[in-house]
Design a binder for this molecule. Structure first.
Ligand SMILES: [Zn+2]
Ligand SMILES: [Zn+2]
Length: 825
């Protein structure tokens, strides 16, 4: 035994190792260098278009130990997808080197998301003896900008916006020293050679410049940040150029400042995010549990929706009438310095834009677009190549099981452009996504790259951002699309773009129904390919039968779907207008449920101004004037929120639903659910294809609590009419609105769990998928998961991909890929 072990050390080996995944811009080659040189191995490492290539040669034991080091101890921000190695004849290299990037392989290297300031850099930046003391752009291989400065891959300084900054001798030395933390840190810089700040007034006039010789550069940076801090303290609005775009900052304790900002930004009620200096500061105004703390301080540093402290010590204008406040910690050195230099109170940090437009990124662009909003601008000269907002997420405690859920509300900085692995190889394609909260998705091989949040495509700036994102992602990953996937809505900008783009390129298009895409997105994120029953609940999506969908139970294998259940129709008086003037939905619900008594009910329950509109709505409903039918879950939430008096009009999507959820949270879990009536409806089933059914229902459906098994072409109609009647009765009986809100949530959970469970059992399906914007609602997500798991189903939901329309593009590519496969089988 001993001799065998001994002989191993004398055998020489050479292997060529290819590592794929997030292995560029995360200190991977320096790590490889140290692992190789410390073992006396020779060879080289380089970035390629596919990842990192390592040619390693030395004793058998050393090579073996090197390989296990790669697998066991990779840098913390890397993510290895695969390691392959091939034996080669010996080459006897003299040393180990890091060499120039190769560009021969196909483009599949992953670009790292941006990384929040690391502890080492933070310490150096605050150390007066360090040469980067107070340098607002300090970074290393463990932190700093990545995706937002990248022009192309492989990830190298000359393919980023840092190529404008030739390194000074000291930075150059660090960059080339394999034992330094900044070895091959592409954005490495200092006061002498790197980006600088400038302070500019409201009209774009230069007030303080950080440019010029290095001497005094630190003093000027400090002066600029102190100047900005002073203005913030005085209640001014300051635009700050950050990592993925501009923020508008204001003092979160100052009512006047926030009122000014809300007026100027045309944003009356939608909550603002707050940046606080430290986790202790966060604790002073919000409740944070240990899990949330970990997320706040993670490399992504997202905005987390936290429960407000009561009383709330910040301005009520931060998040009016909202139980939550969005919170983040400083994630760039610039942010950290701003707080350190001047001991600022928590600051509002909201996207630098008007209402729902795309975030501004360029200096001149910001001065022009934010003119009249910002009183001053803190600029810098490191260009932002990719618009990338802050990500927003929420952690939900999964009582009673104790499991927690992560709800991704907006996926952008810190997460994009991480790919989702597809079940099989795909031709190159682009999916154009939906209209609101748009994202796009490009596919290369087995990877689906879901873009960062683009915005609502009803603004020209967002449309520009959409096209920019398509161009950037397709160029970076060398996408030669063979297919463009889009929503079925004929009026979405994304649909128009897809058809135009495909026409110009002479390539094919695939339309995917909105709610089918939601469920497909959930399947893609969870790597599920077997048929599922999907519960898709959201605001609105274009149905295949000319009505507006949004409360759907679908049976799907990913490729195609059948609609096997839906919420009962309500009239949508005024079409899209009903989504903001939500009293329209209350009147519609009263007309549907109480008929001739609607006027009496309205007079008792609703404000005078609304009651006066009843005859007009009644006429619109009767004569079907601009009044389509809808099965939307979001609009039903609106109706209930209006009936119980939470809101009559809303200023942003999901506002009423969130108010209703907050009210329900104050109710109790045991409040008896309202009973939706569930009935079978003949000839109601619609599909996106005539060649189905994909899953014929067997006759022997076991244990169907709600109804008899469906026969072909039937669907379950989940009517809210009895619920509205019960709400009216409860309101008349003086039942608190918290109880009503909770009974409504509990009723929805019971009805959808019953119908989905029944359909799944009939079809012999085990997995139930939950998707759509309504699953940002913790009570629905937790309630349906718990109820369905109790019935023995495997429930899948979203985690890193938004359940809202930000996840649609991923579902579109998944559905298209599955369709291609089902045709070719
Ligand atoms: Zn660092
Ligand atoms: Zn330097």
């Amino acid at each position: 035994m001993a001799s065998q072990h001994g002989s191993g050390t004398h055998v020489e080996r050479r292997v060529l190792i290819t590592v794929t995944g997030i292995v560029q811009g995360v200190g991977f080659r320096p790590f490889v260098y140290r692992a190789a040189t410390s073992r006396g191995l020779g060879g080289y490492a380089r970035n390629t278009l596919a990842g990192v290539e390592i040619d390693i040669e030395g004793s058998q034991d050393a090579v073996g130990s090197f390989c296990s080091e790669l697998e066991v101890n990779p840098p913390s921000n890397s993510r290895i997808d695969s390691i392959t190695s091939v034996e080669f004849p010996l080459n006897h290299p003299r040393s180990f080197e890091i060499i120039e990037s190769g560009t021969g392989a196909s483009r599949s290297a992953l670009v790292s998301p941006d990384l929040a300031l690391c502890d080492d850099c933070r310490r150096e930046m605050l150390d007066p003896r360090d040469r980067r003391f107070h340098y607002p752009f300090i970074n290393c291989t463990h932190c700093g900008p990545r995706y937002t400065i990248v022009d192309d891959i492989p990830y190298d300084r000359r393919r980023t916006s840092m190529r404008e900054f030739p390194m000074c001798p000291e930075c150059y030395r660090e960059y080339h020293d394999p034992l330094d933390r900044r070895f091959h840190a592409q954005p490495v810089a200092c006061f002498t050679c790197g980006p600088r700040l400038a302070l500019v007034g409201a009209d774009g006039q230069l007030m303080l410049s950080g440019a010029g010789d290095a001497y005094g550069a630190r003093d000027r940076a400090e002066e600029i940040l102190s100047g900005a801090a002073e203005r913030l303290r005085l209640g001014k609005v300051v635009a700050l150029r950050g990592l993925g775009g501009f923020h508008l900052a204001a003092n979160a304790r100052c009512d006047d400042a926030l009122e000014l900002l809300r007026t100027r930004k045309h944003r009356p009620g939608k909550p603002f995010a707050v940046m606080a200096r430290s986790i202790d500061d966060v604790r002073s105004f919000a409740n944070v549990n240990p899990e949330e703390e970990v997320r706040l301080a993670s490399a992504a540093h997202p905005i987390l929706l936290l429960a407000k402290k009561n009383p709330f010590p910040l301005s009520t204008l931060v998040a009016p009438d909202n139980p939550f406040v969005g919170v983040m910690l400083p994630y760039t050195p610039l942010h950290v310095l701003l707080f350190e230099i001047s001991d600022l109170p928590p600051l509002i940090m909201t996207s630098g834009n008007l209402s729902e437009e795309a975030i501004a990124i360029g200096n001149e662009e910001a001065i022009e677009r934010l003119h009249g909003i910002a009183d001053a601008f803190v600029l810098h000269d490191r260009d932002i190549r990719v618009r990338c907002d802050d990500s927003v997420l929420r952690v939900v405690n999964g009582e009673p099981s104790g499991r927690s859920f992560q709800i991704m509300v907006r996926r952008a900085r810190g997460f994009a452009p991480l790919p989702v692995q597809l079940p099989s190889e795909s031709p190159d394609m682009i999916a154009a996504g939906a209209e609101l909260k748009n994202t796009i998705c490009v596919v290369k091989g087995r990877r689906a790259f879901l873009s960062q949040h683009v915005g609502d495509l009803d603004h020209t700036e967002s449309i520009d951002a959409f096209e920019e994102t398509v161009d950037h992602l397709t160029a970076m990953y060398g996408i030669r699309p063979e297919l463009v996937v889009h929503d079925l809505h004929p009026d979405y900008y994304s649909t128009h773009w897809a058809l135009r783009f495909a026409g110009a390129k002479g390539i094919g298009t695939v339309g995917v129904q909105h709610h089918h895409a939601h469920i497909a997105s959930c399947m893609a994120e969870n790597g599920v390919t077997e048929p599922v029953v999907g519960i898709a609940l959201d605001g609105t999506g274009f149905g295949t039968d000319g009505t507006v969908w949004g409360g759907e139970v679908l049976l799907t294998d990913g490729a195609r779907f059948e609609r096997v259940g839906r919420l009962g129709h309500l009239a949508l008086p005024g079409g899209d207008l009903a989504a903001t003037e939500i009293w329209r939905m209350a009147l519609s619900a009263l007309i549907a449920s109480n008929g001739a008594d609607a006027a009496q009910c309205a007079a008792e329950l609703l404000p005078r101004s609304v009651v006066d509109r009843l005859p007009f709505v009644q006429e619109a409903v009767e004569k079907k004037i601009n009044t389509p039918q809808t099965s939307s879950c979001g609009r039903l939430f609106d109706a209930v929120a209006s009936l119980i008096g939470l809101r009559q009009e809303v200023t942003y999507e999901g506002e009423a639903a969130m108010m209703l959820e907050a009210a329900a949270e104050r109710g109790t879990r045991d409040d008896a659910p309202y009973g939706f009536s569930v009935c079978r409806e003949g000839m109601g089933r619609t599909t996106d294809s005539k060649t189905l059914p994909i899953c014929p229902f067997p006759a022997e459906g076991e244990g169907t609590p709600a109804a008899e098994p469906l026969t072909a072409n039937e669907l379950f109609n989940i009517s809210p009419v009895p619920v509205i009647r019960s709400i009216v009765a409860d309101l008349r009986g003086g039942v608190p609105k918290e109880t009503i809100a909770r009974r409504f949530h509990n009723g929805l959970v019971t009805a959808f769990a019953t119908v989905a469970g029944c359909c799944a059992r009939q079809a012999g399906i085990r997995t139930i998928a939950l998707s759509g914007g309504s699953f940002q609602n913790a009570l629905l997500l937790r309630g349906l998961t718990t109820a369905l798991e109790a019935e023995g189903f495997h429930v899948i939901a979203h985690r890193d991909v938004p359940a809202n329309d930000g996840g649609i593009a991923l579902g579109q590519v998944f559905a298209a890929l599955r369709r291609i496969q089902s045709v070719s089988v």
